[in-house]
Design a protein around this ligand. Structure first.
Ligand code: FMN
Length: 254
């Protein structure tokens, strides 16, 4: 498989960097090809500029003052295009980060903000004008695995844990970003109590990471419902007979 590994951690001596190296070694040993986007090492610019935004096809002609060359040629900035090209190349994406304030580090959020542009990550329609999202779109057919470390213990991220259910914390990424853009999200790989990992725990974590890489191509994706598969009505509301009487993020699991 061709794997794009996106890594967001500022410190090369961190737990995250060790796990990344372990994961990349496993990919090579298992005969996969990979490309790495190490966002801090690349000095990735996470802030959508007025010009980036203006390059949204519908908007670009309306904005005065943006670079004339970019506007007339309709080109996206080269750093955005390079990431889009890597995504097109890949069969699977591994997204690795430490959980910071219930979400991804800003540099990684800004990777999505800038790379998932209109016509690429969203705003795609078929010839009949139907909007392709939630399971359909440019990236459909590719898989995505989130690998994250968290400070909290596993129980505290359980269904009644004080931090809330980790599956709900990750809903905006798994459903609102990966699945929205067509990527099939795999069950996330979460390393808990990451600030208190000793050698034994690290060795278990490394084995688990290797196992998840071995099964990257075969693990069943999270069974989110497709938007256009008949489960939602014309207002994009789940039909009443499905997950009857229930609300919340879990109703979108088929
Ligand atoms: C800015 C910041 C915010 C954090 N927010 C959370 C959080 O919301 N939930 C949590 O469980 N841990 C949180 N942590 C702990 C980190 O997830 C933890 O330190 C990290 O995963 C350990 O991996 P590392 O040693 O590679 O950085 C936070 C840490 C930092 C620095």
């Amino acid at each position: 498989m061709k794997v794009l590994w996106i890594f967001a951690h500022p410190e090369q001596r961190s737990l995250n960097a060790s796990l990344r190296d372990e994961g990349l070694r496993a990919l090579t040993e298992q005969g996969h090809e990979y490309r790495l986007s190490d966002l801090y090492a690349m000095n990735w610019n996470p802030v959508v500029s007025r010009e980036d935004y203006a390059l949204d096809p519908d908007e670009r002609l309306k904005v005065a003052g943006a670079s004339a060359t970019a506007l007339t040629e309709g080109r996206l900035s080269p750093d955005i295009l390079a990431e889009q090209e890597k995504l097109i190349w890949a069969d699977a994406v591994v997204l690795q980060f430490p959980l910071w304030w219930y979400g991804m580090p800003a540099i990684l959020k800004g990777w999505f903000d800038r790379v998932f542009t209109k016509g690429f990550g969203y705003g795609i329609t078929d010839s009949g004008g139907k909007v392709l999202r939630y399971g359909e779109g440019t990236l459909a057919g590719k898989r995505a695995l989130a690998v994250l470390t968290v400070g909290g213990r596993e129980s505290a991220f359980g269904p009644r844990g004080v931090n809330g259910d980790i599956q709900h914390t990750l809903f905006p990424l798994q459903h609102g970003t990966f699945w929205y853009a067509g990527l099939a999200p795999l069950p996330p790989l979460v390393f808990y109590s990451a600030d208190r990992m000793g050698e034994a725990e690290y060795s278990t974590a490394a084995k688990e990471l290797r196992r998840r890489i071995e099964t990257l191509g075969t693990t069943e994706p999270v069974p989110f419902r497709t938007q256009n598969g008949g489960d939602y009505d014309e207002d994009l509301v789940l039909k009443p007979e499905l997950a009857a009487g229930r609300t919340g993020p879990d109703v979108h699991l088929g």
